[in-house]
Design a protein around this ligand. Structure first.
Ligand code: DC
Length: 471
């Protein structure tokens, strides 16, 4: 698995934590909240009667002694100190008030930096958020960001946040506290808050959360794309003509990627051609293509199945990242047609019985970090609506632990109903791509709930697409 460390540093209130969490989700990588580590030690000391300001030596010793770990099976990961889940204590008022004593303690910082680097080795695909991640902890990170916003904007955000939570908030006092905290963070000798060398500075003052995340995903895509010959650039993002040519050329020249360069070029050409066909013919609309994780963990696209056009429509919508799909084994018997669908990453599956060989192959491919498209209804819908999802998909989710991305196709049934031999030329089609869901989150309430949730999300998006047509 190739290493991808993305660091996000910046002052309090720049929106880092939320942005970092969403960015990690969108990239399909893990998220490290280093502020939580300082908070965890603070809460531990407070709960054990240690004076965080008056006993710096004792605090540092304690930090070196206790075990501090994240439980990566929960989302977001819970923080454990020794045998206590400290997650509920991290944002408490006494912890927040004392945490800067701990963050300014050099002995504690030494222990935390070491631990963060170890986490970076064990979880080599990571968005790490803090104050010193790009400068001290991961100076060799593949992508570094520094998020900023004016103190006034940050104070306003914090005030609104507190008021929304039903608490009183004095904007002037908050602004003063922010300015003081910035000063302390910037001027401390150990791990001061700086814009790390090579970091991209992003001012979030005039941007919405979505806009910030979109921008960062785009930046990561550019860097990873350049390093990988463009193989991992985000789909759906705004790309200039020149940028696209450079990316395609990069793919062709890339020998590192698991896809052969010729296949990647073919994928791009094939689906770009269909884009030019589908847009005028079916007024094709695509929503949410940017939700497809750029790279990193395996991805399972889960879609409803309306017609033979579906895999091509979905490939057209998400053409920045190739996926593997399943096709009836009988389709591969004709050598020319079989070779053609194989060239678009289709692999044969025997219909009727559970094809364990194909399933195992899918699990292997997912584990290699590939993207796979499945249609859990098993067969094309007889009437356009989404039928119940069969449990086979769950096996893939349980074994390969992919990010699961719901996809809905609407209008393809009208364009090519099941009983018709050929498609109609004309009509309207939309492809909607939902936000990725982690396997852990999906499976948390059991198998039945997972299948129902997926089907409901897909059907919900399908109905939304229908409403789009009526506008
Ligand atoms: O991001 P936060 O509010 O949860 O951070 C808590 C405190 O820890 C804050 O005072 C900044 C400090 N911190 C730090 O000094 N270095 C880090 N890498 C992360 C947080």
């Amino acid at each position: 698995m190739e290493r991808l460390i993305v660091t996000l540093d910046g002052p309090a209130g720049s929106g880092k934590s939320t942005v970092a969490r969403l960015l990690a989700k969108r990239l399909g990588v893990e998220f490290l909240d280093t502020g939580a580590m300082y908070r965890g030690i603070t809460a531990w000391c407070l709960d054990h009667g240690i004076d965080t300001a008056g006993q710096p030596q004792r605090v540092a010793e304690e930090a070196g002694k206790v075990s501090l770990r994240f439980d990566w099976t929960t989302d977001p990961p819970h923080l454990w100190v020794q045998d206590r889940d400290m997650t509920g204590r991290l944002r408490a008022a006494d912890t927040t008030a004392a945490v800067s004593d701990i963050a300014g303690n050099s002995g504690v910082r030494k222990v935390m930096v070491e631990l963060q680097r170890r986490i970076g080795q064990e979880h080599p695909r990571l968005v790490s958020e803090g104050r010193d991640q790009g400068s001290v902890v991961f100076p060799d990170a593949q992508v570094k960001f520094y998020l900023d916003a004016s103190p006034e904007v940050r104070a306003k955000r914090r005030t609104l946040e507190l008021r929304a939570a039903g608490q009183e908030a004095d904007e002037r006092a908050i602004l003063e506290a922010i300015i003081k905290r910035d000063e302390r963070d910037r001027n401390r000798t150990d791990g001061p808050l700086v814009c790390p060398a090579g970091a991209k500075r992003v001012d979030t003052s005039g941007l919405t959360l979505e806009q910030v995340v979109d921008r960062l995903v785009g930046e990561v895509g550019k860097v990873v794309g350049e390093n990988n010959g463009g193989a991992a650039t985000p789909p759906g993002g705004p790309v200039s003509g020149q940028g696209r040519i450079r990316r395609i050329a990069g793919r062709v020249l890339s020998l590192k990627h698991s896809e052969t360069p010729v296949r990647l070029l073919w994928w791009h050409v094939f689906y770009s051609l269909f884009w030019f066909v589908f847009c005028p013919l079916y007024l094709l609309r695509v929503r949410g293509a940017q939700h497809v994780p750029v790279c990193g963990r395996p991805v399972l696209l889960v879609s409803n199945h309306q017609s033979f056009l579906d895999p091509i429509l979905i490939g057209t919508a998400t053409r920045g990242r190739p996926f593997i799909s399943l096709a009836k084994a009988s389709l591969f018997r004709n050598r020319i047609f079989g070779g053609f669908i194989r060239s678009t990453n289709a692999i044969p599956v025997e219909r009727g019985a559970a094809d364990l060989t194909a399933m195992r192959r899918c699990v292997d491919l997912l584990r290699q970090g590939r993207m796979l498209l499945v249609f859990p209804e098993g067969t094309r819908t007889p009437d356009g609506t989404t039928k119940p999802f069969a449990p086979g998909t769950l096996m893939l989710i349980r074994r390969a632990r992919p990010q699961v991305v719901p996809v809905a196709v609407e209008g393809a049934y009208d364009a090519w109903p099941r009983k018709h031999k050929l498609p109609r030329l004309g009509g309207r089609i939309a492809v909607m791509v939902g936000r990725p869901i982690s396997s852990e989150e999906l499976l948390a309430d059991g198998a039945e709930a997972a299948l129902k949730r997926l089907r409901d999300e897909v059907e919900g998006m399908r109905l939304e697409a229908r409403r789009l047509f009526e506008r």
